[in-house]
Design a protein around this ligand. Structure first.
Ligand code: PA5
Length: 349
């Protein structure tokens, strides 16, 4: 039976095309980060903070889950009004906002400047670019051509990786970036809007109108699970929840009591290099909650390296969430509630 094409009529913002191009965006971001001028020196840096909200916060989570265990200094992702107390002159502080106008991030930028931290601004423009230029702060300026900040995940994460590489704080990551971009381009052929049915449309159809619960194995899949949750929130305009192994076995499974799975759909994100204990744990967990009636599907990351694994999961979550929204007659791009909230807070300021 021929599988139906994805209903594209409601994607005037081009969110699907942006998701399909995430590998190219990663390449561009990495190049711009590597080539950024006047970056702060890395000598004596004892900590890294990456500040960003929402779609500009996930790139920090990506970098922390990719490199956190490989660097000699801790990476902390900060999502809020306050710059962490430990940030001082020996902290490299990345201030990330695709629009450049996010209140919390601008606040952390000002605080980092006051404390004399080594600041790098990552943005497509706005107030952040303007202020960084005025202050002589290192700036990675990214193209502003994408429909929404969350679609810029490739630009933003690539830029962070590029700056870390350029300063010597992070590893040389060019081959990993190239591989991830190739994997994403191939997956876009299979899952993009021009494909005649695809794993992404199939999964969106299985989920239907249900509320997704996304579990990831620890590491990059935990970050991907968070991203799937936020993509379902924004692209499909519905609640979604995420958790990761092994932590979820210490709390969440208790909540999946008999019959409580109705109305939910569980997606489990897996990676080839997950801890060997995860596979038996997933099976045991599913057995433990079998009477909840929670339907589930497992998704394997693509690629032979962690960055490709992560980007492939993130891209798939983008496609699945858009198709779920489109199937419900929703345009994935507009985020009316988020915009209205920002406008309201500007009035109150
Ligand atoms: O996905 C979105 O549009 C939001 O989560 C934004 O990323 C968030 O509101 C922050 O805006 P910006 O990314 O421009 O800093």
């Amino acid at each position: 039976m021929a599988r139906p094409r994805a209903p594209l009529a409601n994607d005037p913002g081009g969110m699907l095309a942006a998701i399909g191009s995430v590998g190219e965006h990663l390449l561009v971001g990495h190049r711009r980060g590597l080539g950024a001028e006047d970056l702060p020196a890395a000598d004596g840096v004892h900590s890294i903070a990456i500040c960003g909200m929402g779609g500009s916060g996930v790139p920090g989570d990506m970098v922390a889950s990719l490199l956190g265990h490989r660097l000699g200094v801790p990476i902390v992702v900060s999502k809020g009004y306050r710059l962490p107390e430990f940030c001082h002159t020996d902290t490299m502080v990345f201030v990330v906002s695709y629009s450049g106008n996010t209140e919390e991030v601008l606040g952390m930028y000002r605080e980092a400047a006051v404390r004399g931290s080594r600041v790098v601004a990552v943005t497509s423009g706005g107030e952040l670019a303007r202020t960084a230029r005025e202050d002589g702060v290192a700036l990675v300026e990214l193209p502003g051509d994408l429909p929404a900040p969350r679609a810029a995940v490739g630009y933003l994460s690539g830029a962070l990786l590029g700056v870390l590489e350029a300063t010597g704080l992070g590893p040389g990551i060019g081959p990993d970036v190239d591989h991830a971009a190739r994997v994403a381009a191939a997956a876009a052929q299979r899952n993009g809007p021009d494909a005649e049915g695809s794993p992404a449309t199939d999964l969106a159809r299985r989920i239907g109108a249900r509320i997704p619960v996304i579990w990831g194995s620890e590491g990059v899949a935990a970050t991907a699970a968070l991203r799937w949750k936020t993509e379902f929130n924004e692209n499909a305009k519905r609640p979604a929840f995420h958790a990761s192994f092994p932590e979820l076995d210490h709390n969440e499974i208790e909540g999946w009591s008999r019959g409580s799975g109705n109305g939910f759909f569980l997606v489990i994100l897996r990676t080839p290099d997950e801890h060997p204990s995860v596979a038996p744990r997933v099976e045991a967990t599913l057995a433990a909650i079998a009477d909840a009636g929670l339907e589930s599907e497992q998704v394997q990351a693509e690629g032979s390296q962690a960055l490709a694994n992560l980007l492939s999961l993130i891209q798939l979550g983008g496609f699945v969430s858009c198709y779920a929204g489109l199937a419900a007659g929703l345009d994935p791009t507009p985020i009316q509630r988020i915009e209205a909230m920002k406008a309201r807070l500007r009035e109150l300021a």
